[in-house]
Design a protein around this ligand. Structure first.
Ligand SMILES: [Zn+2]
Ligand SMILES: [Zn+2]
Length: 338
């Protein structure tokens, strides 16, 4: 088979790779229906995160089970399944408290930009849909593998409650789906920080009530103006830079919550600022597996349309173009079809 391999900065190739096979009895092999490029794939693509050797890429996936190992009991060939970017057993003490992305046996699933994928710990990782979905549901279901689950975790970690005010830092796919999640959880007012017109439009469609275009201290000031001078109850941080995390902490009202899901790059927190901010901080790699059953139901019942974040679709063999379009911000998120 052929799949995506990152060689170095801005050098993604679509080339021959070994077709995955069952290695352990707990594995499943799935035929990918759709995969995509993630904002986090752009860190190594841009050379911000070094690439030591040619690395297969892709961690967002859904598809049809082709084969399972002898120990797999809960999924079977022919089922359509979705899994998280971290495989998890879903039985260890950490999984039981709902943090499957920190499972004691977690394994990163990182070779999904390909037609066939091996998923370890299949019973704990994969969740089947009620039936094989119609084509129009596939982009929605694909987002559950990461970006929708991550936006949902941001809202959950930031304690979004009915009637509350939420602010979202970041207008990438995760930020936009954090808006959708906050709306779904009942936030009355949703402020999104965005400077891009097409993204503002989608944010409004997902439920944003106010747009803030300022950044840094000015952005914080603007959020305070919109919230009676005290800041938002919940702030959802979906970027991961020093500026965005500080902006999130300072935009939160005393006693409020910051949910942070942007992978931090070079972030350092000042103890004193943190001490006097008086906020709850909760975040990390989203335990997507915890939310899969609930989110699959919302998509299946056509209550949410997170797949709208895909504003470009390409055949998998044009994966290099998909990276370029996202790097140049011509696309919010690119769906790839094998
Ligand atoms: Zn991702
Ligand atoms: Zn576990």
């Amino acid at each position: 088979m052929r799949g995506a391999v990152l060689y170095g900065p801005r050098d993604v190739r679509f080339e021959e790779r070994e077709t995955p096979k069952v290695i352990k009895p707990t594995d499943a092999i799935i035929r990918i229906s759709a995969t995509c490029v993630c904002g986090s794939d752009l860190w190594p693509y841009r050379g911000i995160q070094p690439v030591a050797q040619p690395t297969p890429m892709g961690h967002e996936y859904c598809g049809i089970v082709e084969e399972v190992g002898s120990a797999v009991k809960s999924v079977k060939p022919g089922q359509f399944v979705i899994g998280s970017f971290f495989a998890s057993d879903n039985t260890c003490p950490i999984c039981q408290i709902g943090y499957q992305s920190s499972c004691q046996h977690a394994e990163f699933v990182g070779t999904a930009q390909a037609p066939v994928l091996r998923v370890p710990l299949a019973d704990g990782t994969l969740v089947p849909t009620p039936e094989v979905p119609s084509q129009d549901l596939i982009p929605n279901l694909l987002t559950l593998s990461d970006v929708m689950g991550t936006g949902w975790f941001a809202a959950d970690a930031a304690n979004v409650k009915p009637g509350s005010t939420a602010a979202v830092v970041g207008d990438g796919a995760v930020g936009l789906l954090a808006v959708l999640s906050a709306k779904q959880m009942g936030a009355e007012r949703i402020i999104v920080m965005s400077r891009h017109e097409s993204r503002q439009k989608l944010a409004r469609e997902f439920g944003a009530t106010d747009i803030v275009t300022e950044r840094g201290d000015e952005g914080v000031e603007r959020i305070k103006q919109l919230t009676n001078g005290i800041g938002a109850d919940s702030v959802l941080e979906c970027v991961g830079t020093q500026q965005s995390i500080m902006q999130a902490i300072q935009s939160t009202c005393r006693g409020g919550y910051v949910g942070y899901v942007g992978v931090p790059h070079g972030v350092e927190l000042n103890g004193e600022q943190l001490f006097f901010a008086h906020v709850h901080l909760h975040g990390g790699p989203a335990p997507v597996r915890r939310y899969l059953p609930e989110l699959i139901k919302l998509v299946w019942d056509r209550k949410i349309n997170p797949g709208k974040v895909f504003d470009m679709t390409l055949p998998l063999d044009q994966v290099a173009q998909a990276y370029r379009a996202m790097d140049e911000r011509r696309a919010i998120k690119t769906l790839l079809r094998p």
